[in-house]
Design a protein around this ligand. Structure first.
Ligand SMILES: *Cc1c(COP(=O)(O)O)cnc(C)c1O
Ligand code: SF4
Length: 462
C-alpha cells in the first residue's frame, strides 16, 4: 500500500494544451465529420428524434469513446446519439410530416404533443414528497424517501456534459438558474439536516453536479462541512463526468479547486463517494479516464459505480463482466445494476425482468468476490427499490424471487417476496403475486396505512 503524503496530492500537471469542452447538439448532426459516413436517411431520422428528445454530446465522447468504423453498433454511439427506434413509428411519422410541411407553428405543436404522450417523468417528479422544515418551509430541491439518505439537487447542476439517450430527465434539463441561489439552498439544506439527525448520507445529484464550477459546488459542500453535523457520515456525488468529461478531474481550469474541495471532505473524516454512472467498459479505457480516477482516489474519495441495464447498449452478460472487472481493477466499487424505468423510450431500451436476472447472474458468476458488491437488477418503483433475486421452483411452481432493498416503509427493507414467473414482465406493474395471493405485502400494508402510493423518481445518474 502506498503511503499518501499530502504534499503529493496536488493533481498532475495539466496537458500542454488541455482540451476545451465543446458541446454538440441537433444542428451539429449535419456538420460533424464523423457522421458524414452515415446515410442521408439515417441522419434525417436522427434529426427527427433529436427534435423531440434531448440530444447533447461533446468533443471528448465523439473523439474518444466511439468506434466510428462500426458506429451504428457502437454502444456509446447508441448511448449518446439519437436512435430512430426511440420514437414510436406513429410519433416519428407525425414529426417527420410536420418538418416537411415547413409550418413552424405546426411543427412546435406536434413536438409538444408527442412529448406529452411520451409520459415524461411526471412534472412533479421532484415536487412529490417534497420535504419540509419544521416551520413548514418546503424544500423543492430535495428528496427524502429513505430514512438515512437525503437527495439534494442543486439548481445549477441540472444538466450534464452529454445526454444519455435513455434518460428522461429532459424536463429538468432546461432551466438552469443563476449561482445566487447556492447560498440560500445550502442554508435550507443544512437546517433540514440538523432537524434530521437520522440522515447519515447526503447525495448531491442532478443532472450532473459536476457540471458546476468548483466554486459553486464548494459553496454547498463547505457549508455542510462547516455545519459540522454529528450524524452525517457520507457525502455522495452522483456523476457521469468520469465517462463524459474526465478532464473535469484532470485539466479543467478549476480542477485543482475541485480536487482540493474533495480532499477537504475526506480530511474532515467524512466518507466521500463519487457515484459514477458508467454504462459500458468503453467509457473506462482512455488514459484521461484512468488519470481522472487516480486523481479522484488521491483525494481519499471512493468511487462507486452504477448503471442501468439497457437493451442495445449493455445487455450481454460479457458487457457486465468486463465492466465490473475493469472497475475493480481501477479501484472502483460496483454498486448497482438498475432496470430501465417504465417511461419514455422504454420500448426501445427495456430488458425483461427475467432476462435481466439471467444477464446479472451470468455476469457475476465470472467475477471474483470483489465485483460482487454490485446489487441488482433493481427497479426503483413506487414502493421502493426492488431487487430481482432470482427464479426458483417452489412446489412445482416457477416463481420470481424478489427482495425489497429500500422501502417507502423502512421496515420493508430486505423483505423477500414472490411473484408469478413471467418472461415478458418489464416492471413491477406487470407482476402478479405468486401462490394465488391477491396483493404484494407492500400493497396490503400501504392500503392499511391509508397510503395511496405516489409517483416515483428513477435516480438515473445518481
Ligand atoms: C437509491 C435511493 C437512495 C439511496 O439508497 P441507498 O440504498 O442508501 O443507496 C435514496 N433515495 C432515493 C429516492 C433512492 O432512489
Ligand atoms: S442518465 Fe445521468 S448522465 Fe445521463 S443524461 Fe440522465 S442525468 Fe445525465
Amino acid at each position: 500500500m502506498t503511503k499518501r503524503n499530502p504534499q503529493t496530492l496536488i493533481p498532475v500537471p495539466a496537458a500542454a494544451s488541455p482540451p476545451a469542452f465543446r458541446s454538440y447538439g441537433r444542428t451539429d448532426l449535419r456538420r460533424l465529420p464523423q457522421l458524414k459516413q452515415l446515410s442521408r436517411d439515417r441522419l434525417q431520422a436522427m434529426d427527427i428524434v433529436a427534435r423531440v428528445l434531448p440530444f447533447k454530446v461533446n468533443n471528448y465522447v465523439v473523439e474518444n469513446l466511439i468506434d466510428w468504423t462500426r458506429a451504428l453498433d457502437d454502444p456509446i454511439f447508441r448511448l449518446t446519439f439519437p436512435q430512430p427506434g426511440m420514437l414510436r413509428t406513429d410519433h416519428f411519422n407525425e414529426v417527420a410530416g410536420a418538418v416537411r410541411s415547413g409550418d413552424r407553428e405546426h411543427l412546435l405543436a406536434t413536438i409538444h404533443a408527442v412529448r406529452e404522450e411520451l409520459n415524461p417523468h411526471p412534472a412533479g417528479q421532484k415536487d412529490q414528497n417534497v420535504p419540509q422544515l419544521s416551520d413548514g418551509t418546503p424544500l423543492p430541491g430535495m428528496q427524502h424517501k429513505y430514512t438515512q439518505t437525503v437527495l439534494f439537487f442543486p439548481s445549477q447542476g441540472q444538466t450534464c456534459h452529454a445526454y444519455c439517450t435513455f434518460c428522461f430527465r429532459w424536463p429538468q434539463f432546461v432551466a438552469i438558474k443563476s449561482g445566487r441561489f447556492a447560498m440560500r439552498e445550502a442554508t435550507l439544506l443544512i437546517r433540514y439536516l440538523r432537524e434530521h439527525p437520522e440522515v447519515t448520507d447526503l447525495l448531491i445529484t442532478g443532472g450532473d453536479p459536476l457540471i458546476m464550477r468548483a466554486k459553486i459546488l464548494s459553496a454547498y459542500v463547505d457549508a455542510v462541512l462547516k455545519a459540522d453535523l454529528p450524524g452525517l457520515q457520507t457525502i455522495r456525488i452522483g456523476t457521469k463526468a468520469l465517462s463524459y468529461w474526465p478532464h473535469r478531474f484532470v485539466s479543467d481550469p478549476d480542477t485543482p479547486e475541485l480536487l482540493q474541495m474533495m480532499r477537504r471532505v475526506t480530511e474532515r473524516g467524512l466518507h466521500l463517494a463519487l457515484m459514477a454512472h458508467v454504462n459500458h467498459v468503453n467509457e473506462l479505457q482512455t488514459g484521461v479516464a484512468e488519470q481522472a480516477l487516480r486523481n479522484i482516489r488521491a483525494t481519499g474519495a471512493e468511487v462507486r459505480s452504477q448503471s442501468p441495464l439497457m437493451r442495445r447498449i449493455n445487455d450481454a452478460p460479457e458487457d457486465w463482466t468486463t465492466l465490473w472487472q475493469r472497475q475493480v481493477r481501477l479501484g472502483m466499487v460496483p454498486y448497482y445494476m438498475f432496470l430501465a424505468r417504465d417511461t419514455g423510450a422504454q420500448h426501445h431500451f427495456a430488458v425483461p425482468l427475467v432476462r435481466a436476472w439471467e444477464i446479472y447472474s451470468e455476469a457475476i458468476r465470472k467475477t471474483s468476490g470483489l465485483a460482487r458488491t454490485a446489487r441488482g437488477p433493481s427497479m426503483s418503483s413506487a414502493p421502493g427499490k426492488i431487487e430481482i433475486s432470482g427464479v426458483a421452483r417452489v412446489r412445482d411452481q416457477r416463481v420470481l424471487v424478489l427482495r425489497m432493498l429500500q422501502g417507502r416503509n423502512p421496515d420493508w427493507a430486505y423483505r423477500p417476496f414472490f411473484a408469478e414467473y413471467d418472461e415478458r414482465a418489464l416492471w413491477l406493474d406487470d407482476l402478479r403475486p405468486a401462490f394465488g395471493e391477491r396483493e404484494f405485502f407492500f400493497e396490503r400494508e400501504a392500503v392499511a396505512a391509508g397510503d395511496e402510493g405516489d409517483e416515483f423518481e428513477a435516480v438515473a445518474a445518481a
